[in-house]
Design a binder for this molecule. Structure first.
Ligand SMILES: Cc1cc2nc3c(=O)[nH]c(=O)nc-3n(C[C@H](O)[C@H](O)[C@H](O)COP(=O)(O)OP(=O)(O)OC[C@H]3O[C@@H](n4cnc5c(N)ncnc54)[C@H](O)[C@@H]3O)c2cc1C
Length: 477
């Protein structure tokens, strides 16, 4: 893999004016799986990565695992996870908003991923204990997503793939459903990169605040983006404008509660906060607004981003006492600590009287029960307008702790429609001639709603492989 400094850079020998066989837009898991699969078919592949080399790999850098069906023989996973069970899990989270054929294809081909990715140098490790308990369903990357990415880039390099960093695709020339060329900005110049086939693997548009504002209004200014700032959806928009059929609800995004002190972009998994179920959550007025103990955290963590997005100023505060501080995976930022609720409120910038009133009212409503955070226990409140259904314990043992929370956006659902060959479909249902898509940019075909931990990487790897192989066959013919 060559990394040129500029077009026609003779020192590296890469000439962007020479046509490639397969042009891959994007540089994450889906793009690399496509590039490797195409290069294995002996075609000339270029990867156009919008981000600079250090930030290559989009949201894939932040991942930890992928979900795969398996027979239980893998040393890095526990128990078998049958294809039927995977499909049931998918149906449950999407409430049926999935293309059945593509869902079954994803799941069937997921059985190959441990072996295939392993063959590209990606290493897996046994899962560690944690809040998500995913040992049976998910394979964890040794070295995380960045480790997996480095292995995939190394493999692409060995296969002769050309990767160009800081090379965002800013235009596409498409004629009658046929990709002709990509317009790329690189080192202050605009280049036309021609290819016989395109694989679009540029993720969603979650980093494009202006686009998010179309649905969320000014509230989107207060959203934090958990992943790369480079997934701005430019290529997605160009494809939709060129007549590719959309898939997925454009207004929806996956959002979780994260530490409000996280950076605007790229805070990753270390800023997620799992403390919600152990105490109460209040808004900027010091008032509770939702049942913190509705269900187990893995089933509910994804609703809290949206709930906080609906609060004034898009901010909330998780309040716990000393009995709970060690029960969850901590954020990278330390909790705000105080010896009284009033002091905690002041430190968090809340009205002390309001928070004291909320905590007193909550404490008075807590019923006797046996606390067990591993099951839906019988610790609940009675008589509150907004109940807490499980794990309700009085917040009374100092020191008291608080975390500020904001909505952390993981990904958006809008994408391009594809068929089982990963070929993009036009609005009239016809497949495009030479345009393929893989990863988050088409994940809405399979995951129309909700989330199943690890399925993003599965969809990227499965459709990346299919797209790369298909694009190579097209290029050779
Ligand atoms: C914090 C966090 C943790 C996650 N953990 C997991 C997990 O453990 N397991 C899991 O399955 N999923 C996880 N996900 C979701 C997962 O990251 C995505 O499903 C996955 O990365 C999608 O892969 P992709 O290749 O389609 O997109 P990405 O990995 O996001 O790659 C998109 C690429 O496109 C590039 N790009 C964007 N626009 C352009 C352009 N105009 N021109 C050229 N290049 C462009 C970007 O720079 C990037 O390289 C997580 C997401 C986040 C944010």
């Amino acid at each position: 893999m060559r990394v040129p400094d500029s077009e026609n850079d003779m020192t590296t020998g890469v000439d962007l004016s020479e046509p490639f066989d397969v042009v891959v837009a994007g540089g994450g898991n889906a793009a690399l799986c496509a590039a490797i699969s195409a290069a294995r078919a002996n075609v000339r592949v270029v990867v156009l990565e919008g981000a600079p080399a250090f930030y290559r790999g989009g949201n894939t850098r932040h991942t930890r695992n992928l979900r795969c069906a398996h027979d239980g023989s893998a040393p890095t996973m526990t128990g078998p996870y049958e294809e039927d069970e995977f499909l049931e899990d998918l149906h449950r989270v999407t409430s049926g908003q999935t293309n059945e054929a593509l869902a079954k294809l994803t799941i069937a081909r997921s059985t190959e991923l441990l072996g295939w990715m392993g063959g590209q140098g990606v290493r897996f490790q046994p899962p560690l204990g944690g809040t998500l308990s995913l040992g049976k369903t998910n394979a964890f990357f040794l070295g995380g997503g960045r480790g997996a990415l480095n292995a995939l880039y190394r493999q692409a390099e060995a296969l002769g793939v050309t990767a160009i960093y800081a090379a965002p695709v800013v235009g596409l020339t498409i004629e009658n459903g046929f990709f002709v060329s990509a317009t790329v900005k690189h080192e202050g110049r605009v280049h036309t990169v021609r290819g016989k086939a395109l694989v679009a693997a540029c993720g969603g548009f979650e980093s494009n605040i202006e686009w998010l504002k179309e649905y969320w209004g000014a509230a989107a200014d207060n959203f934090l983006i958990r992943g790369t700032p480079y997934n701005r959806g430019e290529v997605l928009r160009m494809l939709l404008d060129a007549g590719i059929a959309p898939v997925g609800d454009p207004t929806q995004c996956h959002a979780v509660a994260i530490d409000a002190r996280a950076p605007k972009f790229d805070g990753g998994i270390a800023t997620r906060l799992d403390s919600v179920v152990f105490g109460i959550v209040v808004n900027a007025e010091g008032k509770r607004f939702y049942d913190e103990g509705e269900d187990t955290w893995p089933k509910r963590y994804a609703i809290w981003g949206r709930l906080i997005a609906q609060q004034p100023g898009q901010i909330a505060y998780s309040i716990i006492d000393s009995r709970s501080i060690r029960l969850f995976m901590p954020s990278i930022f330390p909790a705000v600590e105080a010896t009284s609720i009033g002091e905690l409120a002041a430190k968090l910038g809340l009205d002390p009287a309001a928070l004291e009133a909320t905590v007193s009212e909550f404490n008075a409503a807590v019923q006797p029960g046996t606390f067990d955070h591993t099951v839906l226990d019988d610790c609940r409140t009675e008589g509150l307008a907004i109940p807490k259904s499980h794990w309700a314990r009085r917040i009374e043992e100092p020191p008291f702790y608080g975390y500020p929370l904001r909505p952390g956006i993981t990904f958006t659902y809008l994408g391009v429609r594809v068929n089982e060959q990963a070929r993009m479909l036009l609005k009239d249902g016809r497949p495009t001639g030479n345009m393929y898509a893989a990863g988050e940019i088409m994940a809405g075909n399979v995951l129309g709603k909700g989330y199943l931990a690890g399925i993003g990487m599965t969809i990227g790897a499965v459709f990346g492989r299919i797209a790369g192989e298909g694009a190579a066959v097209h290029a050779r013919n």
